[in-house]
Design a protein around this ligand. Structure first.
Ligand SMILES: [Zn+2]
Length: 181
């Protein structure tokens, strides 16, 4: 990753050595490239997921099959994991931040029955899924070039530290939510 990236000519933030306009979104945030495989020679499933995740969020496509996500007068369908008891934020699922794109009804039915990592799945419709920001990580200049900071995080659009952030997923905020059966 660090080889293709360099400090931006302005001195503030990161840039690709051969950057093209498509490397940034309309908020100016830099995105991980498909070719940025951390282990060379191995397929980079996470990066493939990056491109598909972003498109699914923007175009409201099902996260599983890629078809149109379910949409009704009550909003767009999302599949969430219910927070642990006692950790449920006030008003949940209102204002939940999600990196999981919406879903269609047939895939939601399958996922709720067959997805082992979803221990307590909840279907939620959001009338207003708002593009909130990005998920990814910060890079920092060191003596050896740019070094990724170990933690991954979410970053809201408009954050002043965004020039040092490499995005890998789009984050939406689910508003005007309703839990559905
Ligand atoms: Zn589907």
């Amino acid at each position: 990753m660090a080889k293709a990236l360099t400090t931006h000519p302005s001195g503030t933030g990161i840039a690709y050595r051969d950057e093209v306009p498509a490397d940034r979104d309309r908020h100016g945030v830099l995105w991980a490239r498909l070719t940025e495989a951390p282990g060379e020679g191995r397929p980079n499933f996470r990066a493939l997921h990056t491109s598909r995740q972003r498109r699914s969020m923007l175009e409201q496509l099902c996260q599983v099959c890629g078809g149109p996500a379910s949409r009704s007068s009550r909003g767009v369908l999302f599949l969430l994991q219910r927070p642990e008891p006692g950790e449920e934020p006030t008003g949940w699922p209102e204002e939940t931040l999600s990196t999981k794109p919406p879903i269609c009804e047939p895939c939601a039915t399958l996922a709720t029955h067959h997805c082992p990592h979803l221990t307590d799945p909840v279907l939620v419709r959001s009338r207003k899924p708002r593009i909130w920001g990005v998920f990814g990580g910060f890079l920092t200049p060191t003596a050896n070039g740019l070094t990724p900071l170990p933690s991954h995080d979410t970053l809201p659009y408009g954050d002043p530290t965004a020039p040092w952030f490499l995005a890998s997923q789009l984050v939406v905020e689910l508003t005007r939510c309703q839990v559905v059966g």
